[in-house]
Design a binder for this molecule. Structure first.
Ligand SMILES: C[S@@+](CC[C@H](N)C(=O)[O-])C[C@H]1O[C@@H](n2cnc3c(N)ncnc32)[C@H](O)[C@@H]1O
Length: 270
């Protein structure tokens, strides 16, 4: 079975787990993703309507521009992908421009440029919310034209919101089907993944999310959560009333691409 690829590189993206996730999703009127990331899951489902949210404002602004594609936003994005733009000096100029610009259209196009030209597609910000991933040194960064066009088409039935998961959960109603892919809980106490938009997602948030899932499930709204399979995550979801299923997946969890480890993933069905 072939799946539609997202156009952004996104750490923690679920492209490789789609077959597992899809078989656990119930039918419904609207699909809600409070942690949309690259959109890999939404792109490969078939619901009438979508509510897609994330706390990263740069991501949501880019999606809103791709959705409208006014004055050919896609061509505008492509204009940044030239051989002359693929060097360290130009990369850091664009990164500075991205961090200082108030022009959302320009910022959104530069966000895509940065995503494809930066180190490993890492979306990392400093404490001032400035994007600070270094240059990636790729021979010829790929412009994902076909993938953006697919996203544009799929997004016509979607509403994108810049929101924390709690705000999104408050908007969920009967008939919705919810898939939650929060930032991973740590595999060990020392390995916390902090490459997402500054703000952090700690154990408190993992608990709050499980409590929301239990609450919605009691109202007859199906919720699926994915995470690392650890003693803590299993215990958390079981206590909240979910059934869990674990499986092995090969993924990059360290910042070195040559360190690919097999990690156990967990799906919690509420
Ligand atoms: C594991 S990624 C989701 C990946 C996505 N399922 C995919 O396949 O690309 C987690 C996402 O949660 C977002 N995020 C982090 N904290 C959040 C919060 N408190 N509320 C909503 N989204 C949050 C991050 O910006 C990131 O895009």
């Amino acid at each position: 079975m072939s799946f539609t690829k997202p156009f952004l590189k996104w750490p923690g993206g679920k492209f490789r787990l789609l077959h597992r996730i899809n078989e656990k999703l119930d039918p419904g009127k609207r699909f809600v993703e409070p942690f949309v990331g690259s959109g890999a899951v939404f792109l490969n489902t078939d619901y009438k309507k979508y509510l897609l949210a994330d706390t990263n404002p740069d991501l949501i602004n880019l999606y809103l521009h791709v959705q409208k594609n006014e004055k050919s936003f896609i061509d505008y994005c492509q204009s940044f992908f030239t051989p002359e733009s693929n060097n360290e000096e130009r990369y850091y100029q664009y990164r500075t421009q991205f961090n200082s610009s108030k022009n959302i259209r320009l910022k959104s196009a530069l966000f895509l440029y940065l995503n494809r030209h930066c180190y490993n597609g890492l979306c990392r910000y400093n404490s001032k919310h400035e994007f600070n991933t270094p240059f990636g040194r790729y021979k010829k960064p790929y412009f994902p034209k076909k993938e953006i066009e697919n996203f544009h088409t799929a997004s016509q039935s979607a509403t994108f919101i810049h929101a924390s998961f709690v705000e999104t959960m408050k908007q969920i109603k009967r008939g919705d089907v919810v898939y939650c892919d929060p930032p991973y809980a740590p595999l060990s106490k020392t390995a916390y993944f902090t490459d997402y938009f500054a703000g952090g997602f700690g154990w408190e948030e993992q608990i709050e999310l499980a409590e929301w899932a239990a609450k919605l499930s009691k109202k007859g709204i199906p919720v699926l959560i994915s995470n690392h399979n650890t003693d803590n995550t299993r215990a958390l979801y079981k206590k909240a009333g979910a059934t869990t299923e674990k499986f092995l997946v090969r993924r990059t969890i360290s910042c070195k691409t040559n360190q690919r480890n097999k990690v156990e993933e967990l799906l919690a069905v509420f």
